[in-house]
Write a protein that binds this ligand. Structure first.
Ligand SMILES: [Zn+2]
Length: 128
């Protein structure tokens, strides 16, 4: 999908923002809701601490607003242009989209948030 080394790789896979070798999340599947936001304390490969400071990830809420709007716009475009839906159906489809993708939206915004503060460092990749 996206190559290791680009921020998009870490954002879409939830990989460690510094070495891209490990998932930040205990469970890779965001739809296991009880573990959707359970993260490792630090990367077992490069030792990066994910939670830079206490309540670091509260900032991700601002990002999730933008990510949520992106999903809502996508739902609008698909239902309006692909299915020619009326306003009521569009509204319902947006609400359903936001609910169904909530775990993905929350994780994606955390990934974007942490990637604003950390960058890929090639020297930290696992030596082969
Ligand atoms: Zn790492």
């Amino acid at each position: 999908m996206f190559k290791k080394g680009s921020k998009l790789y870490s954002i879409f896979t939830g990989a460690c923002p510094k070495c891209h070798e490990e998932s930040m999340y205990v469970n890779k599947n965001p739809y296991i809701l009880s573990e959707a936001l359970t993260m490792h304390g630090k990367c077992s490969n490069c030792n990066t601490k994910y939670k830079i400071e206490p309540s670091f990830f509260y900032g991700a809420m601002y990002v999730s607003y933008a990510v949520g709007i992106a999903f809502a716009v996508a739902a609008f475009v698909i239902s309006y242009f692909v299915f020619n839906a009326g306003l009521n159906y569009i509204f319902v489809s947006i609400v359903i989209t936001l609910i169904v993708f909530m775990p993905v939206i929350m994780r994606t915004s955390r990934n974007i948030w942490i990637n604003l503060f950390m960058s890929y460092d090639k020297s930290l990749t696992r030596k082969k």
